[in-house]
Design a binder for this molecule. Structure first.
Ligand code: PLP
Length: 413
């Protein structure tokens, strides 16, 4: 393997077919942003679009905009666009609510599809909100449902005839490890279980083919690789074959068959609208749609190819330039088995990340000991990887992280 130099990375940048996408984002000077898997960067078109919705559609159109500006149709329109990123046909995805709330809705509906079974199977290192939502649902149901947690590699063997729902995050938030979605979905179906995928770290980052693997239900996040902005609306997916029979726990008026008939009793809509609850947050939707449009403009095969190259180069540079400082690769060594992030474990990961952030290299820390670096091919250049690793090298070599200021834990890590 020829040694990587900054010049060789600059050459990759020059040949990079995704390079023009960088100009579609606003990023501060002096920052290498490696946290787009936690909060995506600001698309350049977002401020004007949000301002337009505020001033013209809201300010002038007032309530007429629900019809005239197409507000009411927005969640389904954005849903269809997100569907194109995750292999879901039109009419199976809705932009709505938050990931946590959508997970509650989808999990409750999934459990109701398997009345004779009591076990929800998931991964112990799944993102905590997913596990907390499952615990809360089990307690609410009061029917003895159990959340059974195993390690990721134990999942296939744990899928048996007692499992009602297999609930997994496709790309693990902590390690970046990625499940084989077709294989796990097939195993769940073979055992008669419902398959519920969380695509928070997948949508816009890795190829997903929900219809191709016959997935049942899914949820995902709008503010990570979809660049929808802080707290952006999330999304949910219901396979077409399940929509008409799905029993949802939140029966709001926008999930009603005829919301503006104002009937006193709930009658579910027949399509995906059944999975929505109340009035969509239009300012958030407007920002989300800009982010989704940018993601849709990039060919997913090129995004994945660049992501694989970048995660591989980043890991190699860290191995070469930061050796001897106790960093351990905490993501799968095989690039094909990881999503779009690279993680390293280190006992002083928190302070090291604080020292990096103070020097403009922004990643994040995940308890107890993970340095997490998100790779976002739409706005991350190859030469920036070099600069980030040189900063990491300096922080480790000169022990800059030992500064007491970097030991103070802040609310968001
Ligand atoms: C980011 C993320 C969430 C976020 O949930 P919110 O309701 O938006 O806070 C949920 N699940 C996973 C797996 C995530 O990565």
């Amino acid at each position: 393997m020829p040694q990587i130099t900054r010049a060789s990375l600059e050459a990759l940048d020059e040949r990079d077919e995704l390079r023009p996408f960088r100009a579609r984002f606003t990023l501060p000077d002096g920052v290498v942003y490696l946290d787009g898997n936690s909060l995506g960067a600001l698309p350049r078109a977002t401020p004007a679009r949000v301002a337009e919705v505020v001033a013209r559609e809201w300010g002038e159109g007032l309530i007429r905009s629900w019809n005239d500006a197409g507000w009411m149709a927005t969640p389904a329109r954005i849903g269809d666009k997100i569907g194109r990123l995750i292999g879901a046909p039109a009419g199976t995805v809705m932009a709505a609510d938050s990931t946590s709330v959508n997970l509650f809705k989808m999990l409750a509906a999934a459990v109701a599809l398997r009345p004779g079974r009591r076990v929800i199977l998931s991964e112990r290192s799944n993102f905590p909100t997913d596990l907390y939502i499952a615990e809360g649902l089990a307690a609410l149901l009061g029917q003895g449902h159990e959340l059974r947690l195993v390690e990721g590699h134990e999942i296939p063997a744990a899928i048996g005839p007692d499992i009602a729902v297999v609930m997994l995050t496709h790309v693990n938030y902590h390690s970046g490890a990625m499940f084989d979605m077709p294989a796990v979905t097939a195993a769940a179906h073979a055992a008669g279980a419902v398959m519920l995928w969380d695509l928070a770290h997948s949508a816009g980052a890795v190829p997903v083919d929900l219809a191709g693997c016959d997935a049942d239900l899914a949820v995902g996040c709008g503010y990570k690789f979809l660049n929808g902005g802080p707290g952006a609306p999330a999304f949910l997916y219901v396979a077409e074959r399940l929509q008409a029979g799905l029993r949802l726990p939140l029966t709001g008026w926008l999930g009603h068959a005829a919301p503006f008939a104002f009937e006193p009793s709930y009658r579910p809509a027949m399509g995906i609208a059944r999975a929505t609850v109340g009035t969509p947050a239009m300012l958030g939707m407007a920002a989300l749609e800009v982010g989704v449009d940018v993601a849709l403009a990039a060919p997913m095969a090129a995004v994945r190819e660049k992501s694989l190259r970048q995660t591989t180069i980043f890991a190699e540079l860290v191995a070469e330039h930061c050796a001897g400082h106790g960093l351990r690769l905490a993501s799968p060594a095989d690039p094909a088995r990881r999503g779009s992030q690279v993680c390293f474990a280190h006992p002083d990961a928190y302070a090291i990340m604080q020292a990096l952030i103070a020097r403009g290299v922004i990643g994040d820390f995940r308890a107890p000991d993970i340095l997490r670096f998100g790779i976002t091919p739409l706005y991350l250049g190859f030469a920036e990887l070099w600069d980030a690793v040189q900063t990491l090298r300096t922080v480790l070599h000169d022990k800059l992280w030992q500064d007491p200021a970097y030991q103070v834990r802040r609310q968001v890590t």
